[in-house]
Design a protein around this ligand. Structure first.
Ligand SMILES: [Zn+2]
Length: 195
């Protein structure tokens, strides 16, 4: 399983600290069907891409292993999203351009190319993240209502996406804080695949 942990470290700082980074240490197994109170043991690292403007590296992800249930737990820094190689900030920038600023996908792509040559996004990339965000809106609403009681939300369409992004920008320290809290509350990322 993957956990997202909050850190103020930027991708560059995390990358430079490499395996000396102060990774979180679970005190018990986090697998929902295990939860044994024996700290899982360090179990090496795996590497994954983290891509954003001016940063294109493979970073190490700390892994633990529970000897009781035999499963592993890996700790993803909050600037990453599971199974998405672009950093959270990069994907968020795309969502804000498209939904909040209401730029068309082709204008968003032009902006991306102007900001960085490291981001080789195509129309399909941006469309994929925008669609994924819309498909997750109902789930995002449930978690947001727990985190920000009393909020009013429109139908989960493009207007809803706009409203959610506004709440993220105004109600949380940054997108990483939102993403980490969302994961903690909902057990999945806010851009997880929808069934
Ligand atoms: Zn376990």
């Amino acid at each position: 399983m993957q956990e997202i942990f909050y850190t103020l470290a930027t991708p560059k700082e995390y990358f430079h600290q490499s395996r000396k980074f102060p990774f979180p240490k679970p005190q018990k197994c986090l697998q929902p069907d295990c939860l044994i109170s024996i700290p899982p043991k360090k179990h090496g690292f795996y590497s994954r891409n983290a891509i954003e403007p001016d940063f294109l590296e493979r970073i190490d992800i700390r892994r633990y292993h529970c000897e009781y249930c035999g499963k592993t737990i890996s700790y993803l820094p909050c600037f990453c999203l599971p199974y998405i190689q672009y950093t959270l900030k990069t994907v968020f920038f795309g969502l804000v351009c498209h939904f909040s600023l209401e730029f068309s996908l082709s204008v968003c792509l032009k902006l991306f190319r102007a900001v960085s040559q490291d981001i080789y996004w195509t129309y399909q990339h941006l469309q994929f993240y925008a669609k994924r965000f819309i498909l997750n809106l109902k789930r995002i609403y449930i978690v947001l209502r727990q985190l920000l009681p009393g909020i009013i939300l429109p139908e989960p369409t493009e207007k809803g996406a706009q409203r959610v992004l506004y709440l993220v920008l105004t109600g949380f320290a940054d997108i990483q804080a939102f993403s980490a809290r969302f994961f903690e509350q909902g057990g999945r990322s806010f851009l997880a695949p929808c069934k």
